[in-house]
Design a protein around this ligand. Structure first.
Ligand SMILES: C[S@@+](CC[C@H](N)C(=O)[O-])C[C@H]1O[C@@H](n2cnc3c(N)ncnc32)[C@H](O)[C@@H]1O
Length: 342
């Protein structure tokens, strides 16, 4: 992999991650056992918890809870030397997802359960319909005013373009977001996940639900084997999970490098996160653009295009999620942000 050049903001970020108290310092024993209980309840699909409660628990675990020192987990595919200083969670480890999807596959085979719908069905439906409306606008040369939300003047007319949009869902899990996008009119759909169990589950669900035209592949987005480019790339919860790896800050840098190769020029990246706010995602993208600009400004670089425009440009974000106010600031539990690939 090419060396990663850090902007001052990235360097600061890495320093902060290393200086942060470990997860063990942050969470008391009691808190840890409550978090562990909540996870074991959540994983049992026959539990008495209703869907809303399960979704809330899942988002909470992904955003901050269930923090454990990386050293608590002895085996991972990477056999990495975890940095115990960083704030991490088992949700950053492939071993966690492999065992999660093994359980979900069993639950599917025995009870027909679909598994976790991360952030809940409403967010999934919002992401799909909002992405469709954005693609319709872009297909017709209408780019949303960056200060306003997308106004889809003629979504029905735009829908006819959707069949030509190639779509990639990275870290697809059970693949239900792709099924939702298929219902919206997209037909060239691919889902990838580094966990084989996720891909088995996604394929089984798609077949059962009549979406056998969706392609599913095992692929690690940080070391992707995909060679093609996609006009729409969606990520719901995957960057969040990647950021919880013991080497999360570095892996996030790798994520942007990789994703920038997967989105076609003029295409869109739509990220849904409960771990980063819209402003934090926009800042992360600006840092990435800056790194790119720095490397293309080097004498040996011949890439004029990169010099002219930033790689990704903020386009819009979902404004319809419920918000709450805390300490005078307004926020929402989930952010969905779209970037245009130049
Ligand atoms: C929070 S789950 C979200 C799953 C799905 N996107 C959804 O919304 O239901 C995170 C997913 O990212 C996958 N994942 C994490 N790191 C990955 C990587 N480096 N490459 C591919 N998939 C990854 C996990 O296996 C898991 O399926």
């Amino acid at each position: 992999m090419a060396a990663i050049r850090l902007t001052p903001e990235d360097a600061e970020l890495l320093q902060q991650a290393r200086a942060a108290p470990s997860a063990v310092d942050l969470v008391s024993d009691d808190d840890r056992s409550v978090a562990a209980d909540s996870w074991s309840i959540k994983s049992e699909y026959g539990s008495t918890l209703d869907d809303d409660q399960r979704n809330a628990d899942a988002a909470e675990a992904l955003s901050a809870g269930n923090l454990r020192a990386a050293s608590d987990y002895s085996s991972d595919k990477d056999e990495m030397e975890p940095d115990a200083e960083a704030v991490t969670s088992m949700l950053g480890l492939q071993s966690y997802w492999d065992s999660q999807y093994a359980d979900e596959l069993t639950n599917f085979r025995e009870h027909g359960h679909v598994g976790e719908v991360w952030f809940g069905p409403e967010v999934m439906e919002t992401v799909a319909s909002w992405a469709k409306s954005l693609c319709c606008d872009v297909s017709q040369g209408r780019f949303p005013n960056q200060a306003d939300n997308v106004k889809s003047l003629n979504v029905d007319q735009g829908s006819k373009f959707l069949s030509s949009w190639s779509v990639l869902d990275i870290g697809t899990g059970n693949g239900l977001l792709l099924q939702e996008l298929a219902k919206e009119g997209f037909s060239n759909l691919t889902g990838t996940d580094y966990s084989e169990g996720a891909i088995d589950l996604a394929r089984s669900l798609a077949e059962r639900d009549g979406f056998s035209n969706i392609n599913f592949l095992v692929d690690d987005v940080l070391e992707t084997k995909l060679e093609g480019k996609f006009q729409l790339v969606v990520d719901k919860g995957t960057l969040d999970a990647i950021g919880l790896h013991p080497d999360g800050p570095i892996k996030r840098l790798m994520y942007w490098e990789s994703v920038s190769k997967l989105v076609a020029p003029g295409g869109l990246l739509v990220i849904t996160s409960c771990n980063s706010t819209k402003d934090e995602l926009v800042q992360e993208v600006e840092n990435f653009n800056q790194r790119r600009a720095n490397s293309s400004a080097e004498p040996e670089s011949s890439n004029e295009t990169q010099r002219e425009s930033p790689t990704f440009q903020y386009l819009s974000h979902v404004r319809t999620y419920p918000t709450f106010t805390f300490g005078g600031s307004v926020g929402s539990r989930v952010a969905t942000v779209a970037f245009l690939r130049n």
